[in-house]
Design a protein. Structure first.
Length: 165
């Protein structure tokens, strides 16, 4: 075998070993890594609190997270928190990947992601698979939010009530 053929084969083997076959993926973004670190800290804090963890602990953490958000996101977060509390008082506020979330029986049902969290042009209000929102073969699970009018507030309240039904 000539040297150039051996060199080409070894280059191909190295590329295959690295998994770099034309992919441009660079892994997780800084924001995604930060969210995963926040989630790990949340799990550690939950484990430390153990059975002492209660709804008040989660609510104070959620309110502190909302208070730390920039103005527009903070206003959306505060309003969403009030809507969710009024629509489904059984949901327990908690942090989830560094975001305000609301859980039933320890499982996240819905969450609020600020626009600043992943540097997007809109905030997101979403539902997890525990939410009872199934409608036929397809239904929305997340909504982009730029502002909340009375119509959006009513729709969110109805969706949250349905999600926990």
């Amino acid at each position: 075998m000539t040297k150039s053929i051996r060199s080409a084969k070894s280059t191909t083997k190295k590329a295959a070993k690295k998994g770099d076959l034309g992919k441009t993926s660079k892994g997780f973004t800084d924001e995604e890594r930060a969210a995963m670190k926040e989630h790990a800290q949340e799990l550690k804090a939950d484990a430390r609190r153990g059975s002492r963890a209660d709804k008040a602990d989660g609510e104070s953490a959620v309110l502190a997270k909302i208070a730390a958000m920039p103005g527009p996101d903070r206003a959306l977060g505060e309003r969403l928190h009030a809507i969710i509390k009024a629509s489904a008082p059984a949901l327990a506020p908690r942090l989830w990947y560094g975001m305000p979330a609301y859980a039933k029986d320890g499982k996240v049902v819905c969450f609020f992601q600020s626009a600043q969290k992943f540097k997007t042009r809109y905030a997101t209000f979403g539902f997890m698979h525990e939410a009872n929102l199934d409608e036929g073969a397809m239904w929305p699970t997340a909504f982009a939010l730029k502002e909340l009018t009375a119509a959006e507030e009513a729709r969110i309240g109805a969706l949250v009530k349905k999600a926990v039904s």
